[in-house]
Design a protein around this ligand. Structure first.
Ligand SMILES: [Zn+2]
Length: 72
């Protein structure tokens, strides 16, 4: 089972393994292609330590920029 957030309906969905259409290994992450029970489309979700690390870095950068005073 897998928790996803549908980008179309913005709802959280608990998805059965049989709805995972394919799993693709990449050097930095694993891409899961999931048939969405909410909207019926196939969404791609990426998991993996390096992917999470790079995403965390991007989020941290955005947070740093957001904290910059507007007139600095
Ligand atoms: Zn969906």
């Amino acid at each position: 089972m897998l928790w996803i957030t549908c980008p179309v309906t913005r709802s959280d969905e608990l998805v059965a393994d049989r709805r995972i259409r394919s799993v693709t290994n990449h050097p930095t992450h694993i891409a899961l292609h999931v048939a969405c029970p909410a909207c019926g489309e196939v969404h791609v979700y990426r998991t993996g330590r390096r992917w999470d690390a790079s995403r965390a870095a991007r989020t941290a950068d955005a947070a740093r920029q957001a904290r910059q005073p507007a007139h600095a």
